[in-house]
Design a protein around this ligand. Structure first.
Ligand SMILES: Cc1cc2nc3c(=O)[nH]c(=O)nc-3n(C[C@H](O)[C@H](O)[C@H](O)COP(=O)(O)OP(=O)(O)OC[C@H]3O[C@@H](n4cnc5c(N)ncnc54)[C@H](O)[C@@H]3O)c2cc1C
Length: 356
C-alpha cells in the first residue's frame, strides 16, 4: 500500500510466499484471454454463444419476462433471462427492477495494460518465477479526489489504473484521463513502469454502494447478476467484482435449475436465488462490508490523512541535529496542523476498523 503526495510516497509492504501456494494462491487474469477461455468452456458444456448483438430491452408480456428484444425488430424467446450487463444497468432499470442510477452510486474505473519484458518485471520488483506484486495507492494517486490507484504485475505486462468517484470528477470538472496521466507520471509509479508501452486502455463504471444499491434480484422470468446487481466490494485494500460476478452467475444457474424442478420460472420459484447467493458468500460478504462504501465516502481518507502520514514519516526520519520527538507527539501535532480534532481522528479510526 502506498500513500502519495505530489512527489513523496510512503509504502507499506507485505511479502508472503504463502499467498502464492496451494488452492488459494493469488493470480492475475487478463480478461481479453480469460473471457474467451471461459466462453469456450461454456460452449463445450452446450451453451450457444451469440456475440456482437446489442440487446435493446427485455420482452415483457403479461407481467413477466419472455425473452430479449434485439435490434432492429427481433425477439429472442427464453424461459428465463439472466441480466449480466454490467454497472450501467440499462436493462435492469428498463425492467423496473431498479430505480435510476445516481452519481454517488458509481465511480469511474480506468485501466492501462503496459508491456514490460518479463525479465525486467522480475528484476524491478524482486520477483521469482511465477511470483507477482500488487500495490494500492491512496492520496494524490487520484489528485486527492475520493478514489485510489492500483498496480499489479502480470507475466510480461503491468496493469495500472484508478477508480475515482464520479461525483468528485463532475464537481471538480476533471476528466479521468487527466487523473490517470498525473498518476502515471508520479515518481512512485514511474519507477515501476518506466520504458513500458501502453498496449490496452479500458474504462467503465464501477458500482460503489454494494448492498446499498442492489436492485430487485429476481422477478417473473428474470434474474440479475454481477455488476448489474451492484455485486462489488471496494474496501480500499481489496477490489472484488470479478469473483462476485462469477459466483453470482453460478448461483443464477443453480437457481434456474431449482426453479425448473419446482415447476417453472415464476418469481416465487426463482426466489431460491437468494439462498444460492448466500451459500456462495456473495450476499453474506456484501452485507458484512455494507458499511465500507459509506466509510469510503469520507474525504479525509483521500487527502488529509495521506498528507498527514507523509508529514509524520518525514519528521520521523529527518535528522537535523535537533532533539527527536515521540511518535504520539508528532501524530497529535500533525492532526492539529491538519485541523482534525482528536475525537474525529479517533472516530475515523474506529469506524474504519468496523467497516473494513
Ligand atoms: C478499471 C477497473 C479495474 C477493475 N479491477 C478489478 C480487479 O482487479 N478485480 C476484480 O475482481 N474486479 C475488478 N473490476 C471490476 C470488474 O471488472 C467487474 O466487477 C466485473 O467485470 C463485473 O462483471 P459483469 O460480467 O457483471 O459485468 P461486465 O464485465 O461489465 O460485463 C458486462 C457485459 O455486458 C455487455 N452488455 C452490456 N449491455 C449490453 C446490451 N444491452 N446488449 C449486449 N451486451 C451488453 C457489456 O458490453 C459487457 O461485455 C475492475 C473494474 C474496472 C472498471
Amino acid at each position: 500500500m502506498a500513500f502519495l503526495t505530489e512527489d513523496t510516497a510512503l509504502t507499506i509492504s507485505f511479502d508472503s510466499p504463502k499467498l502464492g501456494q496451494g488452492r488459494s494462491a493469488s493470480f492475475t487474469a487478463l480478461r481479453a484471454k480469460f473471457d474467451g477461455w471461459l466462453a469456450k468452456k461454456a460452449q463445450e458444456a452446450g451453451a450457444v454463444l451469440v456475440t456482437g448483438i446489442r440487446v435493446d430491452g427485455l420482452w415483457q408480456e403479461d407481467g413477466r419476462i419472455r425473452g430479449v428484444l434485439v435490434a432492429p425488430n427481433d425477439r429472442v424467446a427464453a424461459d428465463v433471462v439472466v441480466i449480466a450487463e454490467g454497472a450501467t444497468s440499462v436493462l435492469t432499470r428498463g425492467a423496473g427492477l431498479k430505480a435510476d442510477l445516481e452519481p454517488r452510486e458509481v465511480s469511474i474505473g480506468v485501466k492501462e495494460t503496459i508491456e514490460v519484458p518479463a525479465e525486467t518485471i522480475q528484476e524491478r520488483f524482486g520477483l521469482g518465477d511465477k511470483e507477482g506484486a500488487a500495490f494500492v495507492f491512496a492520496g494524490q494517486a487520484s489528485l486527492g479526489l475520493r478514489g485510489g490507484g492500483f498496480l499489479y504485475t502480470n507475466q510480461s505486462t503491468i496493469s495500472l489504473g484508478l477508480v475515482v468517484s464520479s461525483e468528485d470528477l463532475a464537481r471538480e470538472k476533471v476528466e479521468i484521463p487527466e487523473v490517470q496521466t498525473r498518476f502515471r507520471m508520479h515518481p512512485a509509479v514511474q519507477r515501476w513502469i518506466r520504458g513500458g508501452k501502453v498496449t490496452e486502455y479500458s474504462a467503465h463504471l464501477v458500482p460503489e454502494l454494494g448492498a446499498g444499491m442492489m436492485p430487485r434480484l429476481w422477478g417473473d422470468g428474470v434474474l440479475v447478476a454481477g455488476d448489474a446487481a451492484g455485486f462489488l466490494i471496494n474496501n480500499g485494500y481489496t477490489f472484488r467484482g470479478v469473483d462476485l460476478a462469477i459466483a453470482s452467475g453460478m448461483a443464477a444457474g443453480e437457481a434456474v435449475e431449482a426453479a425448473r424442478a419446482a415447476g417453472g420460472m415464476r418469481a416465487a420459484n426463482l426466489a431460491v436465488y437468494e439462498k444460492f447467493l448466500r451459500s456462495r458468500n456473495v450476499l453474506t460478504d456484501l452485507e458484512r462490508f455494507r458499511r465500507a462504501p459509506l466509510y469510503m465516502k469520507n474525504e479525509r481518507l483521500f487527502d488529509v490523512y495521506p498528507r498527514m502520514l507523509l508529514e509524520i514519516a518525514e519528521r520521523l526520519y529527518t535528522v537535523d541535529g535537533r532533539g527527536k520527538e515521540r511518535l504520539a507527539d508528532i501524530v497529535l501535532r500533525e492532526a492539529g496542523a491538519a485541523e482534525v480534532p482528536k475525537w474525529k481522528l479517533l472516530l475515523d479510526l474506529l469506524q474504519g476498523a468496523r467497516s473494513m
